[in-house]
Design a protein around this ligand. Sequence first.
Ligand SMILES: CC(C)=CCC/C(C)=C/CC/C(C)=C/CC/C(C)=C/COP(=O)(O)OP(=O)(O)O
Ligand SMILES: O=P(O)(O)OC[C@@H](O)CO
Ligand SMILES: [Mg+2]
Length: 235
Amino acid sequence: MTTACPWDDWNHILKIDPDKELPEGVTYGDLCATGTDAIEVGGTMGITEENMEAVVEACAEHDVPLYQEPSNPEVVIDNRALEGYLIPTVFNAGSPFWITGAHKEWVRLDGDMDWDRTWTEAYIVMNPEADVATYTEADCDLDAEDVAAYAEVAERMFGQEIVYLEYSGMLGDEAIVQAASKATEESTLFYGGGIHDYDSAAKMATHADVIVVGDLAHDEGVEAVRETVEAARDA
Ligand SMILES: CC(C)=CCC/C(C)=C/CC/C(C)=C/CC/C(C)=C/COP(=O)(O)OP(=O)(O)O
Ligand SMILES: O=P(O)(O)OC[C@@H](O)CO
Ligand SMILES: [Mg+2]
């Protein structure tokens, strides 16, 4: 048995990108009220402490667990409204900086880490067109066996509680998501990328433990996000 983690009971995460606008008439409060289990605040490009703070403050008064997902150590904010920090480590990154290097710098410069509120997410980045793939020079040329092996390594060799299959911007290959799911026993499998309606959410939620919905909130708004919450719960 592993110890209980907040995400054990989650089906759905809404990822809000502080560098992106909300559709006209939509507020952060509306997004918090979609029924999502948690909000992750993060994105790859254009992230600053200021835009992070602004989104966290706007969500703080609403009753949904809030996590920051920083893209580099400089944008980590100290805000008590956060339940904690979900820190990516990119298993298929082209440079060790995005696996452990940024983390080492963060810990070195911080000196007083809040470990009780800090967790990692073992990312496998799959969409070569996504900013996150360019940013981390990820090797996205992976088949189902490669992905399953990365997921098993993350769980068994590196003790990762979260394995995050990241297709940001595109809907993933169902067979690959299924392979990652089969390869993980204890870890919680997060899936994110291209979820845009009930059916796409339902498909990915069949295999993943938790689905992550990002751009849909910025592009379509609240009703579209609600549909994905419903699908995640039904799955
Ligand atoms: C050690 C600390 C504190 C930070 C480093 C954390 C690492 C390794 C970050 C690298 C991976 C990364 C950038 C994760 C951020 C979350 C993410 C994948 C957001 C989605 O990005 P995209 O959708 O590709 O980007 P945009 O939507 O911003 O274009
Ligand atoms: O923006 P989308 O494509 O929904 O991706 C969600 C999330 O996995 C991004 O990190
Ligand atoms: Mg994105």
